[in-house]
Design a protein around this ligand. Structure first.
Ligand code: AAL
Length: 405
């Protein structure tokens, strides 16, 4: 009996010591076994996996991550800061969705959606009411010496005349400068602004950032025409067929010169949109043109994201980087595509305080992957009726230490 107890005790001690040692030092696996699983010893050590014969579902996913990912793409955003001067919050006025910031004549320039008065929503008379804060908007612009105090310069692009495709609202604008010409791309809505109304993208160009602007006669991009509404009632969730990811709305345009062509990234909204395990069904698309004015042809690879909201893209290292926020299972990630089309997750970042980002295109975007996000513009909901433009900063985070550590 005593002998038996001793044997059991020793066995336990041996086992405990063995387990401690193998964990303390990490287990070295047989190369054949590693090869059969298609993994390396370095991956096991990096991920701290206890036993490759018992891989959890989470470890199996982690083993698919690239080992050399690093933290170059990992950042955190600051809280937003109010602007000064004419772009400070003004009761009764909507200023939102700032474009990128560019520098001309020694001044920063920004364009944005501007409207006045409260939002009534869709419950009443949509012919005369204001259904969203971005309804009944025109595109205005402002300049600044320091990026903090802004002077509103005036109207850049007004809504179209009654009957035009942009007669109800022009909003959510982006700027592109190419060969000394300026291009504003923006969303357009034709009246009446019902919940089923299709949203399109328009373009205006000028030889000066101060205008005058010439508008495209037709939209440069429209929703896919392959969804079918169910019934006559204004219900955007009732569909016979949903159609492509952008069958209802094309939004948030951003054109960048890329590989000798013009890449128009946009947000798609689908007829019969659902809430998925990542939130709203929102995805991004791409349309490519040989000339800035178009025609823009949608990529057969669309959608090129499975998540996101407002478009925030910049060229980096021969490819295109994108900040993906707000909706979908891959929200709060920064992604990069070597060809501008096939995006992979480069970092998963803490909640993004800065939405509808207006990137600061004066920053050297090639310095490091996220350099362009060091400061720029965003907007805030002061209330459901009124929004104002704010500034953001972000910083790289490369270590996590306790106070005094
Ligand atoms: C934003 C953008 C578009 C939408 C509205 C104004 O977040 O996605 O611009 O139309 O909301």
């Amino acid at each position: 009996m005593i002998f038996k107890t001793k044997t059991i005790l020793y066995s336990f001690l041996f086992l405990a010591l063995f387990t401690y040692q193998s964990h303390a030092q990490g287990t070295t696996y047989d190369q054949k076994k590693l090869d059969s699983l298609g993994i390396t010893q370095a991956q096991i050590d990096h991920l701290g996996i206890t036993d490759i014969n018992h891989l959890s579902a989470a470890s199996k996913r982690a083993l698919k991550w690239p080992v050399d990912l690093g933290n170059e793409w990992f950042i955190q955003f600051s809280n937003l800061k109010p602007l000064k001067g004419d772009l400070a919050y003004e009761e009764g006025v909507v200023r939102r969705d700032p474009s990128a910031v560019i520098k001309e004549n020694g001044k920063y320039y920004v364009w944005y959606s501007k409207s006045t008065g409260p939002t009534q929503g869709f419950g009443g008379d949509v012919e005369n009411d204001k259904v969203f804060p971005w309804d009944r908007c025109d595109i205005w612009y402002a300049t600044s010496k320091d990026g903090e105090t802004w002077k509103e310069e005036g109207l850049a692009v007004p809504r179209g005349k009654a009957g035009a495709y942009d007669d109800r609202s022009v909003f959510t604008v982006e700027i592109m400068k190419h060969e000394n010409k300026y291009y504003l791309s923006y969303q357009t809505v034709k009246s009446p602004y019902t919940v089923r109304v299709k949203n399109q993208i328009g373009l205006a160009w000028s030889n000066s950032p101060n205008g005058p602007w010439t508008k495209s006669k037709e939209p440069i991009l429209s929703p896919a025409d392959n969804g079918i509404w169910k019934g006559e009632e204004q219900d955007r969730f009732a569909v016979e067929r949903k159609g492509d990811f952008d069958s209802h709305k094309v939004h948030d345009p951003c054109i960048i010169p890329y590989n000798g062509k013009f890449y128009l990234y946009y947000k798609g909204e689908q007829m019969g949109e659902e809430i998925t395990f990542g939130g709203r069904q929102i995805r991004h698309g791409l349309a490519i043109a040989d000339n800035p004015e178009g025609p823009y042809i949608k990529s057969p690879y669309n959608p090129i994201s499975n998540s996101g909201h407002e478009i925030c893209v910049w060229p980096y290292n021969g490819g295109v980087a994108a900040l993906i926020t707000t909706d979908g299972p891959e929200k709060n990630t920064i992604q990069w595509a070597p060809d501008g089309i096939n995006f992979e997750i480069m970092s998963v970042i803490p909640g993004v305080s800065a939405h509808a980002i207006g990137l600061n295109r004066t920053i050297d975007n090639e310095k490091e992957p996220t350099e362009i996000l060091r400061w720029g513009l965003s907007h805030v909901y002061n209330s459901w009726d009124y929004q104002s433009i704010m500034s953001f900063t972000s910083e790289r985070k490369t270590q996590h230490r306790a106070k005094g550590e």
